[in-house]
Each structure stands twice: as structure tokens, then as C-alpha cells.
Design a protein around this ligand. Structure first.
Ligand code: ADP
Ligand code: ASP
Ligand code: MG
Length: 408
């Protein structure tokens, strides 16, 4: 007998029929003698609908009130799933994040989990009940409802698994595992049987939304056994996130390709090339709570240089505003910026022991006439910024160039 935490995403609970199917799956695990805690997302489209509704009233919705609002999506599905379980004779009880007491900080719309009270859940499990918990939400010290950022139900799932010391956390979604790249973009993408935790961390942070990055961080920190599976198939082992590198020598050097269209690029032109200039530009950006991703400072000419960086697209206008006084201050020649960019990344622990990955990547893009605007690398990934309109083409040709469409 094991303790299993299962998380079902929006599509998997997108209709009454699908909720009934989830209930059947949960009942099956329960009938095999396991203790089951289930985390659910809002029905697909619901969170987007709620955010749009809020924006009809306030173009930049108050963060506290937005959290009160979007957390209702998950409150609906916990009740519906509990009803579906009760209907087929499985004792179940639902909890909002606040009712569990998933304590978070007070950073509305992107709160972090601080602690989880296991008391109620343990008591229910002991009494033979399935515990159904609303994903994506918590409560702060003062009792305010908070949410964990888009895709946050994954993090609720893994955090509960960590708190309960569960045997496995199963993330049920609309694909049957983690693929070499988003299968919606590249039909030839293949499911990976395993992926290392490090690679998954990079894939998630570089845009593969199959798992929210914080859920992967949690899994790493608390050594949670994490598996991604399909909620639409009864068979299949999905993808296991492993902590050990696959020793199989045949394994591809690159495990996957990630991309995101969530960034904007800003270049400050003609700033004095002197010590402290990066700080003068990025200091105010950081103080405005804007996260900077990639940074490139060009080689200077005649005492002047260009300085480029990327931020989240949501922060694009805010960044330009913050930079206004900086431009005057540093006597910069101007700003060139755009939010029609994409970041495409190749990821693989095999990169550590193989040379030539960068050159293959750059050659492949060059052959398609795709210009690289920025580059950044780490031990196990290479990312490039390109024109957004080439995203899908770039992902497809790189997928092929690295042999990811061939069976491993
Ligand atoms: P859920 O609603 O279940 O949380 P998400 O839409 O958040 O589901 O995540 C699943 C989606 O992630 C898939 O439908 C797929 O399009 C996308 N995705 C992106 N990259 C990958 C990848 N490498 N492997 C699998 N799915 C991916
Ligand atoms: N419902 C939330 C969202 O759409 C959380 C989640 O689905 O994980 O982002
Ligand atoms: Mg998700």
C-alpha cells in the first residue's frame, strides 16, 4: 500500500464526463489499497475566463482581488470531483488551499508555499477518505487568499507529496508524458521514458509548460518521485523524472527542445562603456521587481557600447518606463526594443561530454536563414533569441538536426 498524490490538469477535468473519468481512475487506485490525495486545476479555459472578466472591470486588476477571483475556478472542480467520487461510493472530502492551510507568502498572483498543515489530510486518509485539494492556491499569514502563478497546480501537487512524504506524485495531463519537444508543434516529437531532474528543470524554466518550474524545484529539493502521465489513457508509464543520469551510452546528447514567446528584448544604444554601466541600467529594473533573463553587452567602440537584455513580456512596458530616467542619466543614444521575439533552447546533460552542439545549432538555424539575436549557455543548455515568426520552424529543424525524431 502506498500514498499517492495525483494532480489532474484543466483539460482532464474539462467536462462533467471527464471529471467522472477522473473519479473512476482515483477509485481504481483506492480499490488497490492505496491512500490517494488528489489535486485538481480549474476546468480548462476557466482561469483565462476569470482573468478576462476581471480585466473588463480593471485593466490592471488589483492583485489581491484577482486572487480571490481566480481561486474560485479550482473551488468548483474540487467540489465536483468529490461529488463524482461520492456518487460511485468512494468517501471523499474537498479542501480549498486555505482550508488545508497551505500557507504562502503574500506575493499575490505568484505566491510561494511556506508550509503545509497535514493534519486534516492525514485524518481523512486514516478514515479511508480520498482527499481532494484545490490546486494553485493558498492563504497568507493574514488570511488572504493567494495563488501560485499560472500552472501552479503542479506545484500544489508536488508540495503536498513532499509534505505527506508520498510514494509518488503523478501529474495527469493531456499528453502521455514529457516529450522531446511540445508535441503540438512537432508531431514527430517522442515521449521520453525518463528525464533527469536537472534537464526537466531547464526544460520547464525555458518554456515547456508541461510542468510548472516551481513544481520541479520542489521535487528536487524534497526528492519527490515525480511522474507525468496521460489522464486519457489507462495504460502507459508516462515519464519519470529521475535523479540519476541515464548510463545508457546510446542516449541522445540532447534530450529536448524548449521554446517560449513570453519575453521582450530591450537594447540601450550608445551608452558610455565604463565600469558600473550594467548596474546603472539594470539596478532600477531590479528595484522595480522586474526579472531580467538574458543579458548581452557588446564590445565597445569609441567609448560607447550597446547593452541588451530580455524581460517577461508582461513587464515590457513597465521596463521601458523605468528606463526613461536612466537614458537621460547615462546620456544613451536611444532604445531599440521589441516584444516579437522567441527564445529557443536545446537541453541535455549529454552536452557536458560532447562538443559541437552549439555549432550544430547555429549551422541549422543559418541554413534556414534564421538570424540569432542573442545567445546564452549553461552547462546543459544553449538558448538563442530569434524573431518570433520563426519559432516553429526553428524548433522543427533543430528537433531533426539533433536526431530527436529517431527512436532512441
Ligand atoms: P495541464 O492543464 O494538464 O496542466 P498544460 O497545458 O499545463 O496541462 O501542460 C500540458 C501541455 O504542455 C501539453 O498539452 C503540451 O502541449 C505542452 N508541452 C510543452 N512542452 C512539452 C513537452 N516537452 N512535453 C510534453 N508536453 C509539452
Ligand atoms: N488553473 C490555473 C491555471 O490555469 C492553475 C493550473 O491549471 O495549474 O494556470
Ligand atoms: Mg499545467
Amino acid at each position: 500500500m502506498a500514498l499517492i498524490v495525483q494532480k489532474y490538469g484543466g483539460t482532464s477535468v474539462g467536462s462533467p464526463e471527464r471529471i467522472k473519468n477522473v473519479a473512476k481512475r482515483v477509485a481504481r487506485w483506492k480499490s488497490q489499497g492505496h491512500d490517494v490525495v488528489v489535486v485538481v486545476s480549474a476546468m480548462s479555459g476557466e482561469t483565462n475566463r476569470l482573468i478576462a472578466l476581471a480585466k473588463d472591470i480593471q485593466s490592471q486588476p488589483d492583485a489581491r482581488e484577482l486572487d480571490v477571483m481566480v481561486s474560485t475556478g479550482e473551488q468548483v472542480t474540487i467540489a465536483l470531483l468529490s461529488m463524482a467520487l461520492l456518487e460511485i461510493g468512494v468517501p471523499a472530502r474537498s479542501y480549498t488551499g486555505g482550508q488545508v492551510r497551505i500557507l504562502t507568502d503574500n506575493a499575490h498572483t505568484k505566491a510561494r508555499i511556506l508550509s503545509i498543515d497535514e493534519h486534516n489530510m492525514r485524518a481523512d486518509l486514516k478514515a479511508g477518505r480520498v482527499v481532494v485539494v484545490a490546486g494553485f492556491q493558498g492563504i497568507d499569514e493574514a488570511g488572504n487568499i493567494t495563488t501560485l502563478g499560472r500552472g501552479g497546480s503542479d506545484t500544489t501537487g508536488v508540495a503536498l507529496a513532499a509534505a505527506l512524504n508520498a510514494d509518488e506524485c503523478q501529474i495527469y495531463t493531456d499528453v502521455d508524458g514529457v516529450y522531446t519537444t511540445d508535441p503540438r508543434i512537432v508531431p514527430e516529437a517522442r515521449r521520453l521514458k525518463t528525464i533527469t531532474f536537472e534537464e526537466m528543470l531547464e526544460m520547464a524554466s525555458l518554456g515547456s509548460k508541461v510542468l510548472q518550474i516551481r513544481s520541479v524545484e520542489f521535487a528536487g529539493k524534497y526528492k519527490v518521485r515525480l511522474r507525468v502521465l496521460s489522464s486519457f489513457e489507462d495504460e502507459g508509464e508516462g515519464t519519470l523524472i529521475t535523479f540519476e543520469e541515464d548510463k545508457d551510452m546510446e542516449k541522445a546528447v540532447i534530450s529536448g527542445i524548449a521554446f517560449n514567446r513570453d519575453e521582450a528584448k530591450i537594447t540601450v544604444l550608445g551608452v558610455p562603456d565604463r565600469p558600473g554601466i550594467a548596474y546603472q541600467i539594470l539596478g532600477p529594473v531590479g528595484e522595480a521587481n522586474i526579472d531580467v533573463d538574458m543579458i548581452v553587452q557588446n564590445v565597445g567602440h569609441d567609448g560607447l557600447t550597446d547593452f541588451s537584455f530580455t524581460v517577461h513580456r508582461n513587464d515590457y512596458q513597465k521596463t521601458l518606463k523605468v528606463l526613461q530616467p536612466v537614458l537621460e542619466h547615462t546620456k544613451a543614444r536611444g532604445v531599440q526594443s521589441g516584444d516579437k521575439i522567441a527564445k529557443v533552447s536545446v537541453v541535455g546533460v549529454g552536452m557536458r561530454s560532447h562538443a559541437g552542439i552549439a555549432s550544430t545549432m547555429f549551422r541549422t538555424l543559418a541554413e534556414e536563414g534564421i538570424n540569432i539575436e542573442m545567445i546564452s549557455t549553461s552547462e546543459i543548455k544553449i538558448s538563442v533569441v530569434i524573431d518570433e515568426k520563426y519559432t516553429e520552424l526553428a524548433v522543427r529543424v533543430l528537433h531533426k538536426a539533433f536526431g530527436l525524431d529517431q527512436p532512441a
